[in-house]
Design a protein around this ligand. Structure first.
Ligand SMILES: [Zn+2]
Length: 370
């Protein structure tokens, strides 16, 4: 039996978080599923007899992680203010009850659950928090002449989006060098159009949680201070496990990375400072291509170059030397694969480090231009 569940239609960012929230619950209970991404929403095909199996998977997962979710969103990432944190606790607690989950989950059985929520919903829901729906901010600006109404969502939408941020999004917390320092959090979520197997989504969650990935992100997180969000996204993707990168590249899907930057200003108020939504297929294929070139070298009994590791080392070194222009040039080339961009990148690296990219690595990079 296959049960179809649809994300609500709250826009790409929040629906991606909700989709990952569902994926995490199914992964926890070892339930098979796959996901079709289309028109900024997702259809989750679940291998279960009926909806109560999915509701119980969600309830159990919320019970297991409710404290971790609140700790991470409120204390570590500072994305949720104190008052909201109390409400979040209430919602997460309520979603540990299978019957309560069922009440809302039945609205997910057809596309467009968001129609009964949002700005024109009958009052009674929770006004969505900015980190789940970064675009909501613009409606409060006077020039849009919108009446400032709340965008309301239900407890299940909130609980699943919170679970999705915690377990599947890459979140990076930093303090700006300004005085006083401003707590800043970047949230990056991988999204897609097309069909993706559940075990690949499970692998994304495994990788994001892994110590190796968390450690490599810690080493590059200062890049957020000096580089555009788009370049930082590319640096983060290069830190994913090699076998995951290969599977992402092979999947029948178009991958995008959506990222939002939040700052905590006076009074603990969270504000959106940046948003970037980019298609990353070409870049992912560059990374995978580099890895495959290394395999070919090995077949010819030539020593491997380990291009991904070289790229990470070079990035970290340039960041330590405070040379953002060279990092930007390097990643621009990986996106365009234009010979002129490789030339610029290698010149910038030479200028920054007083030595080149290295002959072998440069030869491997040059293969991308063909
Ligand atoms: Zn809802």
């Amino acid at each position: 039996m296959t049960l179809k569940i649809y994300t609500p239609g709250h826009g790409l960012f929040m629906d991606s978080l909700i989709m990952y929230g569902l994926a995490c619950a199914l992964r926890e209970q070892h339930i098979k599923y796959d996901v079709l991404g289309f028109a900024q929403a997702f259809e989750v095909n679940v291998d279960v007899a009926d909806i109560s199996d999915v509701a119980s998977a969600i309830a159990r997962t919320m019970f297991k992680y409710k404290e971790d979710i609140n700790k991470k969103l409120s204390n570590q990432l500072r994305l949720i203010q104190r008052d909201s944190s109390r409400k979040l606790t209430t919602y997460l607690n309520s979603m540990t009850d299978k019957k309560e989950v069922l009440k809302y989950l039945s609205g997910y059985l057809a596309p467009g659950h968001a129609r009964s929520e949002g700005r024109w919903a009958p009052r009674g829901g929770q006004h969505v928090w900015l980190p789940f729906y970064p675009h909501i901010g613009k409606y409060f600006m006077k020039e849009f002449k919108y009446e400032s109404r709340n965008y309301e969502v239900c407890q299940l939408c909130i609980a699943l989006a919170a679970l999705g941020i915690c377990k599947a999004a890459v979140s990076v917390f930093t303090l700006t060098p300004r005085k006083p320092p401003i707590p800043t959090t970047h949230v990056i979520v991988l999204s897609f159009e097309g069909r993706v197997a559940g075990d690949l989504l499970n692998q994304i969650v495994d990788c994001v949680e892994s110590t190796a990935f968390v450690e490599s992100i810690r080493r590059v997180r200062e890049a957020t201070q000096s580089l555009p969000l788009g370049v930082f996204i590319q640096i983060v993707l290069a830190c994913l496990a090699p076998d995951l990168l290969i599977r992402l590249h092979k999947a029948e899907a178009l991958w995008r990375a959506s990222s939002a930057t939040f700052e905590v200003v006076r009074g603990g108020v969270v504000q959106v400072r940046g948003y970037e939504d980019m298609i990353v297929d070409r870049y992912l294929s560059s990374l995978v291509h580099l890895m495959l070139l290394d395999e070919e070298r090995e077949k010819r009994a030539e020593p491997p170059v380990d291009p991904l590791e070289r790229l990470r080392e070079l990035t970290e070194r340039l960041l330590r030397e405070e040379e953002p222009a060279a990092v930007e040039a390097l990643y621009r080339f990986l996106n365009t694969r234009a010979p002129s961009d490789l030339y610029t990148a290698s010149r910038q690296v030479f200028k920054a480090l007083e030595e080149g990219i290295g002959r072998e690595f440069c030869e491997v990079l040059a293969c991308l231009t063909r």
